[in-house]
Ligand binder design. Sequence first.
Ligand SMILES: O=c1[nH]c(=O)c2ncn([C@@H]3O[C@H](COP(=O)(O)OP(=O)(O)OP(=O)(O)O)[C@@H](O)[C@H]3O)c2[nH]1
Ligand SMILES: [Mg+2]
Length: 197
Amino acid sequence: MKKVLIATKNEGKVKEFTFMFSEMGLEVTSLLDVENTPDVEETGTTFAENAALKAEEISELYNIPVIADDSGLVIDALDGRPGVFSARYAGIEKDDNKNMDKVLDEMRSVPPEERSARFVCALAVARPGMETLIVEGYCEGEIGYKKTGSNGFGYDPIFVVGHTSSTMAELTKEEKNKISHRANAMAKLKDQMHLLF
Ligand SMILES: O=c1[nH]c(=O)c2ncn([C@@H]3O[C@H](COP(=O)(O)OP(=O)(O)OP(=O)(O)O)[C@@H](O)[C@H]3O)c2[nH]1
Ligand SMILES: [Mg+2]
């Protein structure tokens, strides 16, 4: 089975990419499988810039095609925060629970009609000597009032999926991998995978 290297150290992402790429007959490896890989500095101001930074640095290092994901939660009532700072919103330790507590606290007095938010996923495909390809996927919803559900990762327990009463963390992995920002970005990449691997 052909392998694809995802330039991530996020276990939640690796599980979801493994599931989605297996449907295309591709096997996923990630930076969790490789010793002493660099932590790419995410100095970009957009998800697309950070995804490109991660994919290009790792592709150059190993001289192979690499996919990277930069993703996060964008909340309208917080002027788009946490955005590209989603992983470290409550501190550099990247603690999902502390991140969610900080968002729930900042949103405590925001009325129901103003709690809209979206997940964004930018995927970058970097190939040696070729232009980097970028696609983006989105998932609309709103911020709940407490953590509900234990599936997924990150902010899933406080993100109520649009037109439903379920949080992303209450979805099964099959359901999430059909509607998530990551699934929507992958759907755009799928048509071009035969060119890439
Ligand atoms: O509830 C969530 N469901 C998701 O599906 C999801 N996707 C991303 N996120 C959040 O956004 C950060 C990514 O930051 P990020 O793209 O920099 O990734 P990361 O630093 O965790 O790993 P890496 O891929 O950079 O190695 C993560 O930590 C999460 O907080 C999600 N939260
Ligand atoms: Mg990161």
